[in-house]
Design a protein around this ligand. Sequence first.
Ligand code: ADP
Length: 379
Amino acid sequence: GSSSYGNAKKSLGSTRRGLNSKFIPPIPNREEEQDSVTMNAVTKSVFGGGKPSGSNNSEEPTDERLKGIEPKMIELVMNEIMDYGPQMTWDDVAGLEFAKKTIKEIVVWPMLRPDIFTGLRGPPKGLLLFGPPGTGKTLIGKCIASQSKSTFFSISASSLTSKWVGEGEKMVRALFTVARVGEGEKMVRALFAVARVHQPAVVFIDEIDSLLSQRSDGEHEASRKIKTEFLVQLDGAATLSEDRILVIGATNRPQEIDEAARRRFVKRLYIPLPESAARKQIVLNLLSQQKYHLSDQELDFICQKTDGYSGADMANLCREAALGPIRSMDFGEIESISADQVRPITFRILKMLYHKKASVSNKDLDLYISGTIHMVVLV
Ligand code: ADP
């Protein structure tokens, strides 16, 4: 999926650079730029923090597993891919009861108790979540990491492979540069090395189809290299059973993943659009942060009328509705009104909004459903 509404994942402590803050090029092309790649506190913890600052070029990774990985790549992984967002619980994910139950049993428990879940009971190393966009695949990934007390790494595969990442997509500039200069496969290697150091780890790869599609084979040398490296790492994670790394792939286009890659994701789960009850839970969760005036019947009415909406569509609807009371004011009023005088979100406001088309069309949905047959859901 490509939506990231309500993600607080970029909210971090002082050690993390935001997406909009000063960009440090990962691939410096001049000597002095090389020096400007400074180490932050987190990176120092990996490298061993005892050295005086300013002696970057003499710093050597102290962890064996980071040997041969470029420091700037490690820093990029830690700054842009490692997710320091808030902890999540299963209640944050509305509906999807089947997926949640299955995931708890086959993934989370084994990750929490590797001593019990050995051999035949061993946890899967790969999990594929597929289905329409905006249905909670990313939320599930975060939740798995939280609940299994694992470090969460999250990256969109398109940022590694695509030269032309559109505006408005989840794009990380630094990674974009990596893709542009054809160093995506180094990034993949660094990602798994850092994950190994920080295990137990969950590595979430959104839009995994762009990494593993049949097309990426012949097309560009660069994307072929990234794909090969990814498969090598995936197989490494699967065979080194003492490593506790779960790779989760998410995709809206399961049919584009080739057979060889598909086989590596032993467990596959379809993540469908939310039912009416789940839509209700999403709305209630979001509205609970605001003042609102809505009877249970009115809420049910809205939830019936939004059949076909994804979770992300529901979140958008709530966001729009929350602006309703503000839009009815003129500028003078906005300037002077006190926060508790802002009118509540009402049924009337919500009723004006649900006529918008759902982001997933019926035609798309057919594709997922035939995709489901094609994929064979394995749990
Ligand atoms: P995906 O990864 O499937 O494209 P996300 O997990 O990024 O979708 O969901 C996007 C946003 O939509 C979430 O941040 C959340 O606000 C809302 N959302 C989608 N599905 C759910 C769900 N099942 N429960 C709660 N919120 C959801």
